[in-house]
Design a protein around this ligand. Structure first.
Ligand code: SF4
Ligand code: SF4
Length: 278
């Protein structure tokens, strides 16, 4: 617990010194579903209110047309984006002038990708122990590398209950010439995601988060709960990169709602405002 607290404080200090900057990329969640159920998954942060499984999906042709029209680079994330049945067709239809990243757990059947993907993709691949033995994961990424279709990086989560496992897995990755990044456990909560209260705030974020049905949300917490959508980008267009809403849910932010540029102003009971960013 003590180590967890120190780590949390170090992360907060780092976030203050090097705040995350808006990168201009679209973040599209094609299904929001996942085939795994990791103990540290931020998507299970507020399960009683989750509507993650209740989205309708958009056909790949419609996504491709929209992405090409925006002219913006795109990240497909999730959940597990390869659960979207036509991900490879969608990726192939994106203009070669744009960059495509996929955040994946590499634990679905990737034969379609290996055989049919015809454009460069940058992977942010994470090995989650729940997906099975590390050899199986390494075999998958070796196959992709052998096909000349791997670019990007491999990660594990520095969750405090799996430090020993991470260290052993790292050695196995190294034997196959893979370097593994160990990421912070996003689940380390601060006041914004403590789920002990709901405060009214003004929340300004500069980020594009787009749900499986095309609706844009200001944060992952709102997207998972299908609350306060900023409109459907497939109907209205992308809109300005920065958006502000009055939110009643500060305290129920998702632990991963720290991406991009975020500014939150808490309205206190005395009517004064307390400015802060996270
Ligand atoms: S693979 Fe990622 S999205 Fe899926 S359960 Fe694990 S942490 Fe969550
Ligand atoms: S305050 Fe939290 S829950 Fe509300 S919009 Fe901002 S990030 Fe989302």
């Amino acid at each position: 617990m003590f180590i967890r607290k120190i780590k949390h404080n170090l992360i907060k200090i780092r976030e203050k010194i090097i705040p995350l900057k808006f990168d201009g990329w679209l973040r599209i969640y094609p299904t929001l579903q996942c085939n795994l159920n990791c103990a540290y998954c931020v998507h299970s942060h507020n399960l009683p209110e989750s509507m993650a499984g209740k989205y309708s999906l958009v056909p790949w042709q419609k996504w491709a047309e929209f992405i090409n029209k925006t002219g913006k680079n795109v990240i497909f994330t999730g959940g597990e984006p390869f659960l979207y049945p036509d991900l490879v067709k969608l990726v192939n239809a994106i203009s070669p002038d744009l960059q495509v990243k996929i955040y994946t757990n590499f634990s679905t059947d990737l034969r379609d990708y290996i055989k049919n993907c015809k454009r460069p993709v940058i992977f942010f691949g994470t090995y989650h122990p729940i997906s099975g033995p590390v050899d199986k994961f390494i075999s998958t990424i070796n196959d992709i590398r052998a096909a000349g279709k791997f670019a990007g990086s491999i990660h594990m989560v520095g969750w405090n209950k799996q430090y020993d496992f991470v260290n052993k897995a790292k050695q196995e990755f190294a034997r196959h010439q893979w370097y593994v990044y160990i990421d912070d456990d996003q689940y380390l909560q601060d006041e914004s995601s403590c789920m002990k209260f709901r405060k009214k705030v003004s929340c300004t974020r500069r980020i594009y988060l787009i749900a499986p049905d095309g609706r844009r949300f200001l944060c992952v917490s709102k997207m998972l709960r299908q609350r306060d959508s900023l409109g459907n980008v497939l109907e209205t267009g992308l809109g300005a990169d920065q958006a502000t809403i009055t939110c009643q849910d500060y305290g129920f932010c998702n632990p991963c709602d720290k991406l991009g540029e975020t500014k939150i102003t808490v309205f206190t009971s005395k009517g004064v405002t307390d400015h802060g960013s996270k």
